[in-house]
Design a protein. Structure first.
Length: 333
């Protein structure tokens, strides 16, 4: 064997030995990392048992306030800039929202964040109020005292010959209101149409573009104008007017309010006949939401000065009774 062949043989033998050594010394297959294993992931953080009653109460308040305003969960999530799933968890009492998350929901509902916290006892409320007052400057305390002194006289209470109809969409406010106005020989005014005329857009568009808080301000301003310009009128209001305490209080003070009541099934049928599915558009649980809205608003509608139950009754029978109710309220002046 010449020297060239012998050298080539030695090189090949060396390569084979290296590979053999690698096979012997490598203790792990090449596809498994030799780095130390990461510790096991900790289980998801669980809500402490003692916190669950509080979270359930917060969830109920959020769900109830949303229903009062006729908002779907999707609408609330969009306005609060959070996921619909997280809103659902909060409403079910299994989510643990931060203060900022709760504040975002409160703003979307045009509420103060404290309105979404469970009520405290009267004594606790007094204690908190006193603590807060002690921290205010003297001038601010004086302004509060002056405001309290004016309460009861700041809002005009003369209802004159004005009748206002409240109730969910589909209760018959427009149909019965127009017929009642004809019998009373006075103007019939639909507040939503006044708002649309004043602001040059549909109610749905105003809601979408400006949000609920702005729309409710428009509604309050238009109600003030209608009351100022009409000593006698029948006013049909939007179903959600009762969700705004200031506007509803003004309505109760300045008009004779009648709740037009109907069953959820009748509400749904009439709404579908009108072709108006707001705020239940694209919602497979429309009837469930309608029942929830009615349940949440019923205590507010119940503050009306009178009510008319239209369930299973003809339009003629309903308007006859409505006229009697209105005449009774108007003659109490």
């Amino acid at each position: 064997m010449d020297r060239t062949a012998e050298g080539r043989h030695r090189q090949q033998a060396g390569r084979f030995r290296i590979r053999e050594d690698r096979d012997v010394t490598d203790t792990a297959p090449p596809y498994i990392s030799n780095r130390p294993l990461r510790p096991a992931r900790r289980p998801a953080k669980q809500v402490r048992a003692e916190n669950t009653p509080l979270l359930r109460e917060i969830g109920y308040l959020v769900r109830n306030e949303r229903a009062k305003r006729g908002m779907t969960r999707k609408m609330l999530a969009k306005q609060a800039n959070m996921s619909e799933r997280f809103v659902a968890q909060i409403e079910l009492g299994v989510g643990n929202p931060s203060v900022l998350s709760l504040d975002a929901i409160a703003r979307a509902l045009t509420l103060d964040v404290f309105d979404l916290l469970p009520a405290v006892t009267l004594e606790e409320a007094r204690r908190r109020a006193l603590v807060h007052l002690r921290q205010l400057p003297v001038e601010e305390i004086k302004s509060f005292l002056n405001a309290f002194a004016r309460m009861g006289v700041a809002m005009p209470t003369a209802r004159d010959q004005r009748v206002a109809l409240v109730g969910l969409r589909g209760s018959g406010k427009s149909t019965l209101g127009a017929m009642l106005a004809e019998r009373l020989d006075c103007p019939f005014i639909e507040l939503d149409k006044v708002i649309e005329r004043e602001h040059g857009a549909s109610v749905a568009a105003l809601f979408d573009v400006y949000g609920q808080a702005t729309f409710r301000r428009y509604e309050r301003d238009c109600l003030t104008g209608v009351v100022a310009g009409n000593r006698s009128a029948v006013i049909a209001t939007a179903g959600g007017i009762v969700a705004d305490e200031a506007t509803y209080g003004q309505l109760l003070d300045q008009t004779h309010v009648i709740w037009i009541e109907a069953s959820p099934a009748e509400h749904m049928r009439r709404v579908m006949d009108q072709g108006d599915f707001r705020p239940m558009a694209h919602n497979r649980d429309a009837m469930h939401d309608l029942v929830a809205i009615l349940a949440a608003r019923a205590p507010l509608y119940g503050r009306a000065h009178a009510r008319l139950d239209t369930r299973g009754r003809s339009v003629t029978a309903c308007v006859d009774e409505l006229a009697k109710i209105a005449q009774d309220l108007l003659t109490r002046l």
